[in-house]
Design a binder for this molecule. Sequence first.
Ligand code: SF4
Length: 338
Amino acid sequence: MHPAALWKALPDRRVSCRLCAHFCRIDDGQRGLCGVRENHGGALFTLVYDRVAAANLDPVEKKPLYHFLPGTTTFSFGTMGCNLSCSFCQNFSLSQPPRQGKAIAGQRATPAELVAAAKGAGAASVSYTYSEPTVFFELMAETADLAHARGLKNILVSNGFQSPACLDALAGRIDAANIDLKAMRPEFYERICGARLKPVLQNLVRIRELGWWLEVTTLLIPGDNDGTEELTELATFLVKELGPDTPWHISRFHPDFAMRERPPTPPETLERAYAIGREAGLRYVYVGNVRDRATSATHCPGCGERLIEREGMGLLAARTVGGRCFACGAAIAGVGLP
Ligand code: SF4
């Protein structure tokens, strides 16, 4: 156990966790909703500070981030635990066991060891990912500070359900983020994820204000969040509140966790969502979890030339020059584009 950050003492040895937008009030001896923060005698502790459950060297495109240091690798790690309980979770073996009272697996790895591993592997960045990094905030924050000190960038891959205090604490530590916007209906977040939509929308706007490079992902689940009206509303929010240069990743659902009876997202739904995003004014829309060169490519917003091609999860070819279209010279939004 390791002392937790961002909590307040309450009467009768209760505590209020201030890390995510659930703001759990936790009795002595109990855990919060995420299952990885526990009240011991009126003080809050994290159970995952020394429990790294997954670590890999990934192409940054896999996060997915398509406009941040493309073609580089990112040292990615996560612990178990999540503050949401999405029934379609594609990483449920990492995210859900602590919520179900099961053992919290993982190995001890200090922030210094994690950063040394990232440097040794030649990564350009460290990614906090796989489960929900908010719930391993203490390990993330310390690692991020060391990573910056050693010239690495920091990437947050998250459901966007942090508290305002958590985002403030991450402000100078994170350089880029991919945030899920899972739906535009509050009912979806409440029924399927055990969370709320409003904090996610507010956090997306706040992240834009913080100046992190931001990309957004939406997993399309047949019959739940793939209606034309809802997708139009979502794409319009991205354009109006975050700007037309915000890349939007539309991701294909495959049956998982408690949603095994649902079919995968049909190709025509992905095509429709792609068209909706472009029509709403988004300059960079991508379809993920499928192998399609056309919808995973970056096209010039000026002349339409296909500029950056990807295959699988990696960069294939880039025809930009100093972040500009080789043909018409239009600037392509992003950080560290070739
Ligand atoms: S991180 Fe969120 S879910 Fe976990 S204890 Fe704190 S407020 Fe509750």
